[in-house]
Design a protein around this ligand. Structure first.
Ligand SMILES: Nc1ncnc2c1ncn2[C@@H]1O[C@H](COP(=O)(O)OP(=O)(O)OP(=O)(O)O)[C@@H](O)[C@H]1O
Ligand SMILES: [Mg+2]
Length: 585
């Protein structure tokens, strides 16, 4: 039944199954195909062909329509369900339209017996080629699917990896932000603590300094009385001079403490920082010495600021001296000015600062720099890293008081070994210039300041100060009415015609300005000279002082008291000043 293997089957062509119950027919077809080099296997029934189909992997089945166990079309359907790509050629002796229709989609070739050999070979080869192409196609599709699947897997893997990395990055970012927020909070808390500490230190220092001032006034004035009384005694004079020098030094320290505590009553003026810098340039150059190069960087069209001129100069000197001390081996000191706008962010980070336009005075050195621990404490009074006798630790405390009093703020950038920059921000002035609050008359000789018996009421709650002030005026030919309280002053005022009222600015119960107002009701046009160890801030609400109101800062010297008294007397009732006579004591 089996057809012999073809003598020379071409390696490229697959096996062809011939399914026909007619052995002759099978043989004939096999012979024809063998001649064309096509290997053939013959089967007498559909079942036989079907059972071998899976193992044999034929390239084409040539199927007779009439088989003992099935029809060619039915077999074709079964073969296709076993191997969907297998080509089937239906071989039939009867060409019928029914068969042809039934075969559509199931058979690839439709051959009618007798088939001419050429046509048979041609159809078989075409069928084999179609099978090959279908199989190749399926293989390619499968490969493509495989590739696609692995590609999808790769994409899925990479997407997952990207997602993981993204989540990791988000988590890292969140952790970083949390740490930053925490660091920021700690920094802010530190700044706030620092600001609060400075504030309370300021109150303490200011209070102590105020009381000290009264004591120093007594010491200094009594020293001058002793000096006068012992004019001929050289040894006593030397001691008194020492006493005075020490008290004057103490007064300078006290003044710095008052400035730090913002209880110094220096008046604000409208200032051009560029002009001040130009004026003090040579003084600064002298105080830093020759080993340090001084670079000044002024700015064009700088807005004016409101501050006290003397105090701004002090800021410059203190910062320059600190820079000098930080550069013992020489270096560069750069002082620059420019305009800055501090915004709400800056305010948030720097408690106590206010948003607005500022002129920044920056003092930079190339010196040894500071550790963060030192930076945190530099504004504290008496904080110094300098050896005993070299620094008092009041330089930056004073700078802090001055800049804060002017409504400004300070910033320090410093690192050990990398130098220091201190920036003082002064708020720009919107108002035009006005003269200083403190009246200082042109220096006059003591004798030209003597009185002519004018009646001066002195009101002072500190008995020692009251006593020395009274004494200074009495011995200069003034008639003095001393009062220890506002109430006492009021009752005395009703019985006396006064030429001048000298009163302490800040007193319990009745304040200086209040007292002045009430006495002026009885004696209109009475000139007033205020004395004070406090700033205008220390006044009671409602007690405002006109900007030009003279305030004599304690401790004052006899000369300053007489000068101010004379100037105030000149204002009496708007009358021209009575020129004091030069009369010997
Ligand atoms: N430019 C700077 N470079 C390095 N350290 C500085 C600088 N300025 C200030 N310091 C440090 O800050 C401390 C306090 O300075 P501050 O000016 O208040 O006091 P002082 O210079 O020690 O003494 P004083 O100024 O009263 O003579 C200094 O002792 C120093 O340690
Ligand atoms: Mg200093």
């Amino acid at each position: 039944m089996n057809v012999p293997a073809p003598p020379a089957s071409s390696p490229g062509l697959s096996l062809v199954y011939i399914v026909d119950d007619d052995a002759d027919m099978r043989q004939t077809v096999a012979d024809i195909l063998a001649l064309a080099g096509i290997p053939v296997e013959g089967f007498g029934s559909g079942a036989a062909a079907l059972s071998r189909c899976a193992a044999g992997q034929p390239g084409l089945a040539v199927v007779d329509q009439r088989l003992p166990d099935t029809t060619g079309i039915a077999l074709s359907a079964k073969l296709k369900s076993a191997d969907p790509d297998l080509g089937v050629a239906l071989l039939t002796g009867y060409a019928s339209a029914d068969n042809a229709i039934a075969a559509v989609g199931l058979v690839d070739e439709y051959l009618t017996k007798p088939v001419p050999p050429d046509e048979l070979v041609h159809s078989v080869k075409a069928g084999l080629e179609r099978t090959r192409l279908r199989r190749e196609n399926r293989r390619l599709v499968a490969r493509l699917r495989e590739l696609n699947a692995s590609l999808e897997q790769d994409v899925a893997d990479s997407t997952q990896e990207v997602e993981r990395l993204h989540q990791q990055a988000v988590a890292d970012q969140m952790a970083r932000e949390r740490l930053q927020a925490q660091a920021e909070r700690e920094r802010l808390e530190n700044r706030l603590h620092q600001a609060e500490r400075l504030e309370s230190l300021g109150r303490l220092a200011g209070g102590v300094a105020h009381d000290f001032n009264n004591l120093l006034a007594v010491i200094l004035n009594c020293a001058s009385f002793v000096a006068e009384a012992t004019a001929g005694d050289q040894s006593v004079q030397a001691d008194v001079q020492q006493l005075r020098t020490a008290a004057e030094r103490a007064a300078r320290l006290t003044r710095q403490l008052l400035i730090f505590g913002r209880q110094d009553s220096a008046g604000a003026e409208t200032l051009d920082l560029g002009a001040i810098l130009a004026d003090v340039q040579s003084l600064l150059a002298r105080s830093i010495g020759e080993d340090i190069e001084l670079i000044i960087r002024p700015a064009d069209a700088l807005p004016l600021v409101r501050a006290n001129r003397g105090q701004v100069e002090q800021v410059l000197v203190n910062l320059a001296v600190n820079a000098r001390d930080a550069m013992p081996g020489g270096g560069t000191l750069t002082i620059s000015l420019d305009t800055h706008v501090l915004d709400e962010d800056y305010q948030r980070l720097h408690p106590g600062s206010h948003p607005g336009r500022y002129v920044a005075l920056a003092v930079s050195d190339t010196g040894e720099g500071m550790s963060p621990e030192v930076v945190a404490r530099v504004f504290e009074p008496f904080f110094t890293t300098k050896p005993l006798g070299k620094g008092t630790g009041l330089g930056l405390a004073t700078v802090h008081g001055i800049v804060t009093e002017a409504g400004g703020t300070l910033a320090i950038e410093s690192e050990p070994g990398s130098g220091t920059t201190v920036r003082a921000y002064f708020p720009t002035a919107d108002t035009p210039a006005s003269p200083a609050a403190i009246t200082t008359t042109t220096p006059a000789t003591s004798s030209s300041l003597r009185g002519q018996g004018e009646t001066i009421m002195i009101v002072e709650d500190e008995p020692a100060v009251l006593q020395t002030t009274a004494r200074m005026l009495t011995r200069n030919d003034y008639t003095v009415l001393p009062a220890a309280t506002g109430a006492q002053a009021l009752s005395m005022a009703s019985g006396h015609q006064l030429d001048l009222l000298v009163t302490d600015l800040v007193m319990p119960k009745i304040s200086g300005p209040d007292l002045a107002r009430r006495i002026q009701e009885i004696q209109p046009g009475l000139p007033v000279l205020f004395t004070s160890g406090y700033s205008h801030d220390a006044l009671k609400p409602g007690d405002t002082l006109a900007e030009k109101t003279p305030v004599l800062q304690k401790p004052f010297t006899e000369q300053a008291l007489l000068e101010n008294a004379r100037a105030a007397l000149a204002q009496r009732g708007g009358r021209p000043a009575t020129r004091p006579q030069n009369s010997p004591h």
